[in-house]
Write a protein that binds this ligand. Structure first.
Ligand code: FES
Length: 111
């Protein structure tokens, strides 16, 4: 797994959704109830940019058709039968890092 610094130190108050680039991926960094989540920025339904959506409870809500995805698991709402990718987040002394597993990591069973 490779870790990428995506932000400097951030204020963890309030709710925010920021789109960050991690390698070739666009990822939404979401702060909800003082916890950071990283999820794919592309909605699997029709490709909307989830960073333009809302955060309600522990869900990110797509701005186009209001599909919802759990920030922790990436699982779509009831009846959607879809999901978004989730990524581990670490807050270190110098900023916020997101971990991305390579295809080889996934094949070896590392997430
Ligand atoms: S594009 Fe996201 S719900 Fe349709």
């Amino acid at each position: 797994m490779k870790w990428y610094k995506v932000l400097g130190l951030v204020c963890m108050e309030g709710i925010f959704i920021k789109k960050v680039k991690v390698g070739s991926k666009s990822i939404c960094l979401v702060n909800f109830e003082s916890k950071l989540y990283a999820v794919s920025a592309k909605c699997p339904h029709a490709g909307a940019d989830l960073s333009e959506g809302l955060c309600v409870r522990q869900l990110i809500v797509c701005p186009y058709h209001r599909y919802t995805y759990n920030l922790e698991t990436g699982k779509g709402g009831e009846g959607q039968n879809d999901f978004i990718e989730t990524y581990p987040v670490e807050v270190k002394e110098d900023g916020v890092y997101v971990g991305v597993a390579s295809i080889w990591d996934k094949l070896r069973g590392f997430k």
